[in-house]
Design a protein around this ligand. Structure first.
Ligand SMILES: [Zn+2]
Length: 563
């Protein structure tokens, strides 16, 4: 339109008169619904709060606005810890805001995540979710130290094998075809297990498995040694701890491996709230080529003093295993602090704990989900201090960036519900989550009633994560969608179930958005999102979403989604 130079002629005058006096109800568009493309956004991910990050984000804005995109969700900037920022950080956000104003693109902050603790945890580690755990300790040299614990795996060092099969294990995939006893390449002892020729299995499986008996209310540590040689894809190696009763995954770890690397120890910890039997799997899912070896598999109780939560709802008690006696924190032993790593606690001068006394500490520890990038720690949604913290962040952020929309990072809340603050509410996790989202929404409405609150879909979606037996969560998320404000906008993000999700939320009266793209080779899945959104009443828009900083298709995405 900008290139047209209309002459002011009679035809134009007639048209103008028509437009001015056109009745309001005149059907401007044939479609019964508003355009699903009102919002066409970029998800800025992976560019941090620094000069390089801001420059990169500005480039995204340049490309996006040149191709019709009109909003940008700003992630990876730590926006929900803004009260702790330096003045230079504030200046960077002000610079971005000014650039967005200039380019006429809306800047939408995101954060306020209960699933990925982020900013709130940086403020206080005790905001973490917590599970009751017993820790075995022993008094040694005026200190409490972890009691030793045995390897619960049989034949974990892989030294015993009969006719190509390792004893003690439930199975290893296709012995003699995919899995082999190897006596040439070992981390220790005389044998290891080698995996290769993955295409001999229709799923590309190359795994070893063992059933193991464990105690509920204990922390465990799993470790193994691995060596790879031309392995493709090395990212498909996983360790899975499954619940025996078929109720899903208790813990999972994907180590960060190179396709060729020498023996490396991989380890992770997990809390077991209630299982008595676990299935441990280690190996590859979807292997294509190359080889890897495993050796020295080890699963034992983790009796360290790390990650003990010390807030309301997480009491502690230390008792002797030798005599009927409990001990006082701050009197018999020093006050426990919530530290990422803690292997000992000092006894105090008046302590009545005896040297070599065996003890059991009952406490609450932080459950986490292990990823290649680190541990995912969820927050306790029943902690009143969390909302005080979040409100301070939301207010301060509004001072710098007077946002009209906010995207709540309320996805993948994989732990929670286990502490006394949660348990004493007598509510389901669905109700606790609903209350959390409602309180957050109210925080924003208090700042500015016009703020539109958007939320990732999965925790409210019955076809996705709004269900029972979700990771380490104590309680059931089923029905969570009933307990959130009706004026939320739902950002659906699971391509495979997009129609189901969009229809579900639309029928419940929610506005929706679609998080498209996701690092594919082309925009075919984005086209499918567009079709689905077009057919959804009250769909508001679409977002170019990447979790790998892949923005090469951003211009094409803009062209595809813009009028
Ligand atoms: Zn809790």
């Amino acid at each position: 339109m900008k290139t047209l130079k209309p002459k002011f002629n009679v035809t134009l005058l007639v048209l103008l008169i028509f437009l001015v006096f056109m009745p309001a109800s005149y059907p401007v568009k044939a479609q019964p619904n508003p355009s699903p493309l009102k919002h066409r956004w970029i998800f800025s991910f992976g560019y941090g709060r620094n000069r390089e990050g801001v420059n990169a984000i500005k480039s995204l804005i340049d490309v996006g606005t040149a191709h019709g995109l009109n909003g940008m969700v700003l992630s990876s900037f730590g926006l929900d810890s803004i009260t702790r920022w330096k003045a230079s950080d504030i200046a960077l956000l002000q610079e971005l805001r000014a650039y967005c104003d200039k380019k006429d693109i809306e800047l939408i902050p995101t954060g306020f995540s209960a699933g990925y603790g982020g900013g709130a945890l940086g403020h206080n580690r005790n905001f973490a979710a917590a599970l009751p755990v017993s820790v075995s300790l022993v008094a040694k040299n005026n200190r409490l130290v972890p009691a030793s614990s045995d390897n619960l795996l049989k034949n974990g060092n892989l030294e015993t094998h009969v006719k190509g099969r390792f004893s003690g294990f439930g199975f290893h995939d296709q012995p003699g075809e995919i899995t082999f006893v190897d006596t040439d390449c070992v981390a220790s002892g005389k044998t290891s297990i080698r995996f290769e020729n993955f295409t001999a299995n229709e799923h590309g499986h190359g795994r070893i498995n063992q059933k193991v008996f464990v105690q509920p209310g204990r922390s465990y540590r799993f470790s193994l040694k691995i060596k790879t040689q031309n392995l493709q894809p090395a990212s498909s190696v996983r360790i899975q701890i499954l619940k025996k009763n078929g109720n899903g995954t208790l813990a999972s770890h994907s180590p960060s491996l190179k396709s060729t690397q020498d023996w490396t120890e991989v380890s992770f910890e997990f809390l077991n709230n209630q299982e008595t039997t676990l299935l441990v799997y280690a190996g590859i899912w979807g292997g294509q080529s190359g080889k890897f070896w495993l050796d020295d598999l080890h699963l034992s109780q983790d009796n360290t003093l790390s990650n003990i939560v010390t807030r309301q709802g997480t009491p502690r008690s230390l008792r002797s295993l030798n005599r009927p006696r409990t001990f006082m924190e701050g009197q018999d032993f020093e006050t426990i602090r919530n530290l990422r790593s803690l292997d000992q606690i000092r006894l105090l001068p008046d302590s009545t704990i005896n040297e070599s006394e065996a003890l059991e500490l009952t406490c609450y520890k932080i459950p986490s989900i292990s990823h290649a990038w680190g541990n995912q720690i969820s927050l306790c949604m029943s902690n009143p201090d969390l909302y005080v913290y979040w409100e301070a962040q939301a207010k301060q952020l509004y001072q710098i960036l007077p946002y009209k929309k906010v995207l709540l990072s309320m996805d993948e809340i994989r732990n929670g519900g286990g502490c006394q603050s949660c348990q004493s509410r007598g509510q389901t996790m669905a109700e606790i989550l609903g209350d959390c989202v409602t309180r957050l929404s109210n925080i924003f409405k208090r700042i500015d009633p016009a703020i539109e609150v958007i939320i990732w879909s999965d925790m409210l979606d019955p076809a996705h994560n709004a269900r029972n037996n979700y990771y380490g969560v104590v309680g059931d998320f089923t029905g969570s969608w009933q307990y959130v404000p009706k004026d939320l906008t739902i950002m659906c993000w699971y391509h495979k179930i997009r129609d189901k999700s969009l229809t579900f939320f639309s029928k419940k009266g929610f506005r929706t958005l679609g998080a498209a793209y996701y690092d594919a080779k082309d925009l075919s899945s984005s086209r499918e999102w567009l079709t689905s959104l077009t057919q959804t009443p009250n769909a508001q828009g679409i977002m170019y979403t990447t979790w790998l900083k892949k923005y090469a298709l951003l211009a094409d995405f803009g062209d595809l989604t813009s009028p």
